[in-house]
Design a protein around this ligand. Structure first.
Ligand code: GTP
Ligand code: PEQ
Length: 224
């Protein structure tokens, strides 16, 4: 299994700009990337980060065994093109998995569930219709990200005659895009993952208001 983790290294997570500075978004994006890479290596894969700009893995504080299994390639093409360039057919006939770097709740178990499907295309959709993770073994399937890309990918699979399976996974369906999503990171805090530690360091904590759980920021940090 080839595992690709796309990563927008410059000014990531712009939809969080109302609650995090550019530097903070970059720190959180790297913390989530580190957690995703750790989970993917723990299931026995050697992921490649497809980054829009050079990325020093030593800045991610990965354990040495995880660090050694990860490689980085820089590809400044738009997301869809960069991913399509890495889909089957591969030189060894192995499928390609594409795991987004903002799946802060991804666990080895959730990834095993995805990786064990034998459909031509297996997709773990995001809650708003994105494509958070997928595995492609069909040689003609190509991605088209953004918008309700899960629906687009269902259609593309039909067009090329690829069998598609949708993977029902709470953990893989949770990507961190909007301020409300930050609560998920703290609700499911494992205390070893980097993303919840990063949010706690930035002063975020869970807060229940009017019966709803969200996050509140209790410490002021310097804003850019
Ligand atoms: N290689 C590559 N990865 C990308 C690109 N755009 C987004 N990504 C990654 O693809 C995944 C999903 O993207 P988004 O949720 O839109 O992340 P983002 O671009 O950091 O966030 P927004 O600025 O809020 O859209 C994340 O892992 C991003 O790091 C791109 O142009 N190239
Ligand atoms: C890349 C995009 O991510 P989202 O904007 O849904 O987070 C998608 O899944 O098509």
């Amino acid at each position: 299994m080839h595992v690709v983790v796309p990563f927008a290294a410059t000014d990531p997570k712009t939809r969080l700009a109302s609650v995090l500075t550019s530097a903070e978004r970059s720190t959180l994006a790297r913390a989530m990337l580190a957690d995703v890479l750790t989970a993917t290596v723990e299931v026995g894969t050697e992921p490649t980060v497809v980054s829009t700009a050079p990325l020093d893995l030593d800045t991610l504080s990965l354990e040495a065994t995880i660090r050694d299994a990860v490689s980085v390639t820089v590809d400044d093409r738009p997301l869809t093109e960069a991913v399509n360039a890495r889909l089957p057919p591969n030189h060894d006939d192995a499928p390609t998995a594409v795991i987004m770097a903002d799946l802060a709740l991804a666990t080895p178990d959730a990834l095993v569930t995805l990786f064990s499907r034998d459909a031509d295309v297996a997709i773990a959709p995001g809650r708003s219709g994105g494509t958070n993770a997928l595995v492609v073994s069909h040689p003609d399937f190509r991605v088209d990200y953004h918008g309700a890309s899960y629906l687009d990918h269902c259609e593309i699979a039909r067009e090329v005659g690829a069998g598609l399976e949708t993977v029902d996974s709470f953990r893989l369906s949770t990507d961190i895009d909007e301020p409300d999503d930050l609560a998920e990171i703290l609700i499911h805090d494992t205390e070893t993952d980097r993303a919840p530690a990063c949010l706690r360091e930035l002063g975020f904590a869970l807060e229940t208001r009017d019966g709803r759980v969200g996050v509140a920021r209790f410490e002021e940090t310097t804003r850019e």
